[in-house]
Ligand binder design. Structure first.
Ligand SMILES: *Cc1c(COP(=O)(O)O)cnc(C)c1O
Length: 445
């Protein structure tokens, strides 16, 4: 049996209908460098999805590799209760310099969903221990995505992932999210005052008394199709949370570390959440690591004599893994010393321009929205009416298959094709990726 046959014999791939693999066999990636992946036959693919949005500074980045190799011979892992180590301490010190103000206490886990679960439990227990036992529920935005464990699914609202499990999930309050492409108020992102915020206001009036926290993806609802909304929404939400004593939980798992053009999406609005979840780009896409960071105010609600029973009894075996911390430290160093965000801003402008030049006039391209290097191409069957393609046509998937053949990883979100490349992508690589993308679209539409 060759590798592909053995793969199909043993492996249940994530987020896949395995029957699809009958006509689209898994591609065996042998090695990678920068934004390029190479399969076992030597064919190259441009990784414009950053290997599920986590690869920040290119594959096999020599500086990150060197840090991990150095750590490997010192300490690979150690229990993180009572024991500690320099890489974790230094990492928190570095992150506290770049995180939105006031986020100073770091609770480690090992994937994004786990960081969200941690945030939810933290918010609930904070309210409980500060005399707000009645605040038991959560709010979230419609079309939100926060991961796939039971708690994280509960505060998500994408039927694609959650529908079947609804009987297992928490009863969460869903606030209608901004929908800027099809804005019901007839506004556009640059000239609105977040009129749609009235939904949040109404929900808070009715339910804030029983709500401990609201979780959101700031500015960019990633899994929903890279839906982008303006910073004024976040400003209003921060103020609303303050006036109703509801914790604001920012899930920056996808948006953190320069993806939106600033270090964190919250920075566009100049706000700080009470709790932030970070993962994905944190280690540059090398090691599974996530952190839930909060304020001293939240932290202090748990700080008491042991017998008062206020401790946060939450743990993960791999909390604070030293290899992950060293990778994350390397990422912070590179971001700072090589001025990655400044350089990425130039490429971001270039990428958007190239995509617009090539595709904006296409009859099936409704919008090309962008923030940072992230660009989303909304495919529609009718541009004027903004009518969606019937999902059974799997239009995004058809183009994705062509793109794979053309050497481009363009895994879509329904009818949305997107670029979310490593921040270090070059002009030449952008040119080639856009060329392969346009060719793939034109083969289908
Ligand atoms: C990816 C993602 C998660 C989940 O992270 P996992 O590591 O896949 O569990 C949660 N929230 C957002 C916004 C994400 O993009």
């Amino acid at each position: 049996m060759n590798l592909v046959e053995k793969d199909l014999k043993y492996i249940w791939h994530p987020c896949s209908q395995m029957k699809d693999y009958e006509e689209l066999a898994p591609i065996v990636i042998d090695h990678a460098k920068g934004v390029m992946l190479y399969d076992e036959n030597g064919k190259d693919y441009i990784d414009v999805v950053s290997s599920w949005w986590c690869n920040l500074l290119g594959h096999c980045n020599p500086k990150i590799n060197a840090e991990i190799k150095d750590q490997l011979d010192k300490l690979e892992h150690v229990i993180f209760a009572n024991l500690t180590h320099e890489p974790a301490i230094r990492l928190c010190e570095e992150l506290s310099k770049v995180l939105p103000a006031g986020l100073e206490k770091f609770n480690f886990s090992d994937n994004g969903s786990a960081a969200v679960e941690c945030a939810l439990k933290m918010a609930f227990q904070y309210q409980y221990q500060t005399g707000h036992q009645e605040k038991k529920r959560f709010m979230c935005l419609s079309e939100g995505y926060h991961g796939e464990t039971i708690g994280a699914l509960s505060v998500g609202s994408m039927d694609l992932y959650a529908k079947i499990y609804k009987p297992m999930l928490m009863d969460v309050l869903h606030v209608e999210a901004p929908d800027c492409y099809r804005c019901p108020y007839g506004k556009c992102r640059d000239n609105c005052d977040a009129e749609c915020f009235e939904h949040a206001e109404k929900m808070f009036e009715q339910h804030a008394h029983e709500t401990c926290g609201i979780i959101i993806e700031p500015l960019l609802q990633g899994s929903a199709g890279m839906r982008i909304y303006p910073p004024v929404y976040l400003k209003k939400l921060r103020a609303l949370c303050d006036s109703y004593h509801v914790l604001l939980i920012a899930d920056e798992i996808a948006t953190g570390f320069g993806r939106t053009g600033k270090m964190f999406a919250c920075d566009h609005a100049g706000i700080s959440p009470d709790i932030i979840c970070i993962s994905k780009g944190l280690t540059g896409g090398y090691m599974p690591m996530a952190i839930t960071v909060t304020t001293n105010e939240v932290y202090n609600a748990f700080y008491a004599d042991y017998n008062e029973g206020k401790a946060f009894m939450h743990s993960h075996t791999y909390s604070g893994n030293p290899l992950g911390c060293r990778a994350a430290l390397a990422v912070q160093k590179i971001l700072r010393e090589e001025q990655i965000l400044e350089k990425a801003a130039v490429q971001a402008e270039y990428l958007h321009e190239q995509l617009c030049n090539a595709l904006l006039d296409h009859p099936n391209v409704g919008e090309i929205r962008h923030i940072g290097l992230i660009n989303a191409i909304e495919l529609v069957s009718d541009k004027k009416t903004k009518t969606e393609f019937d999902s059974s046509l799997r239009m995004g998937y058809q183009i994705y298959k062509k793109a794979l053949a053309n050497g481009l990883i363009l895994r879509p979100l329904g009818n949305v094709l997107y670029f979310n490349p490593p921040l270090v992508i070059s002009k030449e690589e952008i040119d080639e990726a856009v060329r392969r993308c346009v060719a793939s679209i034109n083969e289908v539409l």
